[in-house]
Write a protein that binds this ligand. Sequence first.
Ligand code: KG4
Ligand code: ZN
Length: 348
Amino acid sequence: MTLVLGIESSCDETAAALVTDDACVGRRILAQRISSQDAEHAPYGGVVPEIAARAHAMRLAPLIAGTLADAGLSLDDVDAIAATAGPGLIGGVMVGLVTAKALAMASGKPLIAVNHLEGHALSPRLADATLEYPYLLLLASGGHCQLLRVGGVGQYRRLATTIDDALGEAFDKTAKILGLGYPGGPAVERLALSGNPRAVPLPRPLKGSAEPHFSFAGLKSAVMRAAETGVHSAADLAASFQAAAIDCVLDRTARAITAAGPVSALVVAGGVAANQAMRGALAGLAGAHGLRFVAPPMALCTDNGAMIAWAGVERFALGLVDGLDVAARPRWPLDPDALPARGAGVKA
Ligand code: KG4
Ligand code: ZN
């Protein structure tokens, strides 16, 4: 049996979890706590890094103590302490990583520095023990939109990325245009339910292009221009945006299925994987290609401590632990060998 404490603080969720992999009971979350900073950042329409780092610093230690108390466990019981070491907002990442180092020093337990994206990438295996490597992963969050062939822990081949905005970012910006507030993804999805997805003609950037890369900046601008005309309802704009985004994702993912070679499943992870319409559309695509479709439960899609703890469990099983001098990294690609996508600009 392996028991790992996971800590997540790379964006605006302060989170901790205790996750076990046990021969008898399987893969389980024994306890988890998440403290969202939505209220702090909402007035600014997005995450303010300085506010996020301060909030993590205030909340993390009591949150970890509470998580251990919920499970009736102490640090003596864990095998390792895993924390997000990047990529993300560096102030928050440092709070989580330094806290993990202090706990590792005090308890004598090994430290595991986890790539936040690896946390998302492996999280479907926490919920579904039958999911085997290799699988094709659509990783769609607020900061990333990538298609990856996941061959095992640390074995990631990036097949595609976005040349401009991430998919979650496009949802958040659309929400802002429609006056829905932050975080935007769930609000756009809710409003889209009452709109007509064919009401507003919107572009499908890169649809049909040979490489499976993504682009969402033009779609966002088109939503803004359509909103400015004043002729469309917010619900129709939300529904039409979501339909266009899903259309692009299906086209790009279909390309990647061809490029990936044999895989066990099509898997979706990251915050946007919480979108029901997206999940349904991807399930249909997987079925059409004779592939299994796996999506983690909604609570495992958006940032959480359990995905970091689970990545820690997988790393610990392979003896992959880190020294106390490991650095926090604002950027940390899963596939360092991937070339920049053609056409990709430098983002502000
Ligand atoms: O993975 P995540 O929690 O944080 C990052 O690592 O970025 O993803 C957050 C992103 C946000 O952009 C949020 O708007 C989006 O995921 N998101 C959604 C939904 N729930 C969260 N996008 C579309 N539909 C949703 N239901
Ligand atoms: Zn994330």
